[in-house]
Design a protein around this ligand. Sequence first.
Ligand SMILES: NC(=O)c1ccc[n+]([C@@H]2O[C@H](COP(=O)([O-])OP(=O)(O)OC[C@H]3O[C@@H](n4cnc5c(N)ncnc54)[C@H](O)[C@@H]3O)[C@@H](O)[C@H]2O)c1
Ligand SMILES: O=P(O)(O)OC[C@H](O)CO
Length: 347
Amino acid sequence: MTNPNKIAVLGGGSFGTAIANMAATNGNTVYQWMRNEERAKQCQALRENPFYLPGFPLHEMLTITHDLQTAITDAALVFVSIPSQSFRSVVKLIQPYLSKDTGVISTAKGIEPENFTLMSQVLEQELPDHPIGVLSGPNFAKEIVVNQQTGTVIASEYDALITLTQKALSSGTFRVYANHDRYGVELGGALKNIYAIVCGMAAALGTGHNTQAMLLTRSLAEMSRLAQVLGANPMTFLGLAGMGDLILTCTSDLSRNYRVGYAVGSGKSLNEAITDIGQVAEGVNTVKLVKEKAESLNVYMPLATGLYAILFESRPVIEVAQQLMQGEQNYDVEFSGKLSNEPSTSL
Ligand SMILES: NC(=O)c1ccc[n+]([C@@H]2O[C@H](COP(=O)([O-])OP(=O)(O)OC[C@H]3O[C@@H](n4cnc5c(N)ncnc54)[C@H](O)[C@@H]3O)[C@@H](O)[C@H]2O)c1
Ligand SMILES: O=P(O)(O)OC[C@H](O)CO
């Protein structure tokens, strides 16, 4: 049996800390697990995470620990807030400590290279007997912890898990919407990172509002086009985890993906940009996987393909932008029976 008020959060980064602190503030007994013992002890003693969210005090109901068993035993919910590159290896560690009905929720917005696997699909594979879900939306950790009013989405096939998550996290400043299209919600969170890099790059080149509006709108069209072919509901992309997160990350330098794009657009190499940011920007790997996937499925994704050419084939940004603008004319709104998936060479 699980303790309905016990929650575990895996990951010592910015989002893990924000989620753990919110759940603790709501009166839950929360354990945040960090792999680095020294860091866990330091955060626990300081009541702060100086590595990712310096200056922000942590709630007394939150315990930070290096002991995975203590963190997980009896927890009703486990949030996995580990970047996609390490996600599976951490999930493998937790299996022995989970109770039978513990729900496990991914907050990671990335894709595993093998078989284009999303993180909740990793959960499905590694923890087939557990209810699973995805938490995704326009959610900068740095804004959550200073109580900026925020909306998010819990997506799952399990209504009990949705209700438990809403109860654990909802507050006067955090609103948790439900969605049953887990795949669509998760895909939205992963894909928007590509376009945040594109928009950061465009901003570095001094583009105006017309360009930014066109980029955002065509990004949404492109994401939805792939999502539909992959089996997600394209309407999901009109919600917080699609359009909401796209707007957030494509318009703010709080986004690490946007900052990678801005740095590359300002003349830095991709490696310099990543090193300077010092945290995970999932879109850099995602664009490689999406370009491959789009080609194999013959889905038209000119922005993702153009970004790939700039980042990995040394194509000049201006040249790629001109090519996109001068291709053949295309339709505005898809999914209305016209041109849902026909190849073209324009934006
Ligand atoms: N930061 C945000 O505002 C935000 C918001 C929503 C979703 N996300 C997503 O959540 C995920 C995590 O993001 P973040 O911002 O917390 O990342 P982060 O870079 O701030 O922190 C990642 C944490 O994971 C830990 N980690 C990495 N590999 C590990 C391993 N093998 N074992 C144990 N711990 C490991 C790191 O030590 C670090 O503490 C990402 O997929 C991101 O896209 C982030
Ligand atoms: O900093 P980013 O670009 O990883 O974006 C963080 C979150 O995904 C915003 O919702």
